[in-house]
Design a protein around this ligand. Structure first.
Ligand SMILES: [Zn+2]
Ligand SMILES: [Zn+2]
Length: 334
């Protein structure tokens, strides 16, 4: 009989499932990949076969124009892989289509979370705590200093600033997949019904969210409107466009950015952000430790971020843990 869990192998380029000869979120092209969600550090183009939720496959098709060998799996659905491995996709609460992947083989259960958060998000179903033997968790914000405020507070800060400057606009830098749509949906939930203006690079992903049932209200393209139209309005662009020439067409923008990293003053200053909004699609320290407690796995494997502090926390709380050395993951998506 094989040693326990010898079928699942953390390699530098992803988690390898040996009996099925397939990878989870591989950072290079492989024959067969299970993909947790559409962010670029998890979803690469060029795999022979890609198994993911229909939403993630749609996102990948839009971004990489490769839809060969796409195998859709709905939330809660289990598919049988070669070698007697079952894979079940479970909501991760991170972005549209994001999933934790439960792998079962020879009576052993392993969960790969991909990225996740525990806060409510109007654009995707919430993270589901699921029992397993090994819990492979991300740790993007794995330091006690990271404590994301309630999103309602950040929305209020934003709306107050907008109301105080009716002749200007608030320009929010937000990652094009996930963050932008969540900010828009939260603005709608806060009662902001005015049109929201978009940089051209945001349009297709917002339309994709709408096609998957996420209501974003009235969206307008910046390129089709004048400075006058946009006074007193919210404009959303990719973080890279915040300080470039493009923003000259806007009426005296107040520069904002929606990111978990806005907790770090240095990061806000680097981007000349006047209004930092601490809004993250990743679990903060409290969410990470709570999740490890609730899942209560025999062992926790920590990856994708600041592994050391979370590893230390596990040791202090008598929980078995190890840090993985996966390469090719970036924090740019938050
Ligand atoms: Zn992500
Ligand atoms: Zn990630």
């Amino acid at each position: 009989m094989a040693a326990p869990f010898s079928w699942i192998k953390p390699e530098p380029h992803g988690i390898y499932i040996e009996p099925a000869d397939c990878w989870v979120d591989p950072s290079r092209a492989v024959d067969k990949a299970l993909v947790t969600h559409g962010h670029a550090d998890h979803a690469r183009g060029g795999h022979g076969q890609t198994v993911a939720t229909p939403e993630t496959l749609a996102i990948m098709k839009l971004r990489y124009a490769t839809s060969d060998g796409a195998t859709p799996v709905e939330y809660g659905e289990t598919i049988r892989l070669p070698g007697g491995v079952d894979a079940t996709y479970i909501p991760a609460g991170h972005v549209l289509g994001s999933a934790q992947i439960l792998l079962e083989h020879a009576g052993e259960r392993v969960i790969v979370t991909g990225d996740y958060k525990r806060r409510a998000d109007p654009t995707c179903p919430p993270f589901e705590v699921t029992a397993c033997d090994i819990f492979i968790t991300e740790a993007t914000f794995g330091l006690p200093v990271f404590c994301h405020p309630p999103i309602e507070e950040e929305m209020q800060k934003l709306l107050d600033r907008l109301a105080a400057h009716p002749d200007r606009c608030v320009l929010i830098g937000a990652y094009a997949l996930g963050k932008a749509q969540r900010v828009i949906a939260e603005l709608r939930a806060a009662g902001h019904t005015d049109p929201i203006y978009l940089h051209g690079a945001m349009e297709k992903m917002c339309r994709l969210y709408e096609e998957h049932g996420v209501d974003l209200g009235e969206l307008r393209m910046v390129a089709e409107h004048t400075k006058e139209d946009m006074r007193g309005a919210i404009v959303i662009c990719p973080p890279s466009a915040l300080n470039d020439r493009w923003s000259r067409r806007l009426p005296d923008p107040i520069t904002a950015m929606a990111s978990g990293w806005m907790r770090v003053r240095q990061r806000a200053r680097q981007r000349n952000v006047e209004l930092p909004l601490v809004i993250s699609d990743h679990a903060d320290w409290g969410e990470l430790t709570r999740t490890i407690r609730e899942v209560d796995a025999q062992e926790n494997w920590i990856t994708h971020g600041r592994e050391d502090a979370l590893l230390r926390w596990c040791q202090l709380h008598q929980r078995r843990a190890r840090a993985l050395a996966l390469v090719g993951y970036e924090d740019e998506d938050d």
